[in-house]
Design a protein. Structure first.
Length: 173
């Protein structure tokens, strides 16, 4: 299914635009995940057991997965992406199926996980060390778009998805 409209030029959003969108997205997802964490804490009566802590982590992961996968498969964009007029599509501008959205979500952890694994393996746990490792990892991941002819990030390339910039809406008179 194609939703490309004739006469409209489809472009790839700039890396800067996508990174700013990611910052906005992080704030929105944080709110959703914090709400889920609060509900989990109420349900488990604020248990400090290892099982409850792992349950909390799983809940937060699954809630963030549900958030992204739902919006990517439904409209092609989250609230942050809609604000910045960015949409995730399949080749031919088709809607993203759940399988591709799930793969994209899992691959997008490449923005963070390598740095966290390296810090954990090396015993680097101070906020400054984690922050530096994350900054380097995020910069390296962002630069993967420079290696792609379509300027897509690595997780989009591997998932078979792509980000497009939507045109400005017509002004209402």
């Amino acid at each position: 299914m194609s939703n490309k409209q004739p006469g409209i030029s489809i472009t790839t959003p700039t890396i800067k635009r996508r990174l700013i969108c990611i910052i906005y997205e992080a704030l929105l997802v944080a709110a959703v995940v914090l709400l889920a964490a609060a509900l989990f804490t109420l349900v488990t009566l604020n248990s400090k057991s290892p099982l409850a802590q792992h349950g909390m982590q799983c809940t937060m992961f699954l809630v963030s997965a549900a958030y992204f996968i739902h919006f990517w498969t439904d409209s092609g964009h989250t609230l942050a992406m809609k604000t910045w007029r960015i949409k995730v599509v399949m080749p031919g501008y088709a809607t993203v199926p759940a399988r591709a959205a799930t793969i994209r979500f899992l691959l997008a952890w490449g923005w963070f996980l390598p740095a966290l694994f390296i810090c954990h393996a090396l015993g680097k746990t101070s906020p400054a060390q984690l922050g530096m490792a994350l900054a380097i990892n995020i910069a390296a991941w962002a630069m993967t778009a420079l290696l792609d002819k379509d300027r897509q990030f690595l997780h989009d390339k591997l998932a078979g998805t792509r980000l497009i910039q939507l045109p400005k809406p017509a002004k209402k008179i």
